[in-house]
Design a binder for this molecule. Structure first.
Ligand SMILES: [Zn+2]
Length: 109
C-alpha cells in the first residue's frame, strides 16, 4: 500500500511524509501525480522518448525558472518528471533500465 503526499507530489510507503513531515497522508489514487525522477536536459529528452514509446503519460517540469535557464544556459537545465500513480511502477522500471549503472538486467516478463 502506498500513500501520497500532495505537498511533495510523491508516493510514499508510510502515511508520514519523510520529506515535509506531513502526517495522515491519504492512500495514493491512480490519478495522483507522482514525482518520478529528475534528469538533466539531455537525458530528459531520452527518457521522454522512452516513456512515450511505452505509452506512459508524464509531465515534465523545468527545475530552473526560464530566467535562470537563460543565464546558465539550457545545458544546465534539469527536468523533473511526474507520472500518474497508475503508471508509477512501470515508469520506475523504465528509469531503472535506462539509467541503471549495473547494465545487467534480468527480464522477467
Ligand atoms: Zn511531503
Amino acid at each position: 500500500m502506498k500513500y501520497y503526499c500532495d505537498a511533495c507530489r510523491k508516493a510514499i510507503d508510510t502515511d508520514r511524509c519523510p520529506v515535509c513531515g506531513k502526517t495522515r497522508l491519504h492512500a495514493a489514487e491512480p490519478d495522483d501525480l507522482c514525482f518520478l525522477t529528475e534528469k538533466e536536459q539531455i537525458l530528459s529528452g531520452m527518457l521522454a522518448d522512452v516513456l512515450k514509446q511505452n505509452e506512459v503519460p508524464f509531465i515534465g517540469e523545468n527545475v530552473l525558472g526560464a530566467g535562470v535557464a537563460l543565464k546558465v544556459g539550457p545545458m544546465f537545465e534539469r527536468v523533473r518528471f511526474y507520472v500518474f500513480f497508475n503508471n508509477l511502477s512501470v515508469a520506475e522500471k523504465i528509469v531503472e533500465e535506462l539509467f541503471s549503472k549495473g547494465g545487467e538486467n534480468t527480464d522477467d516478463n
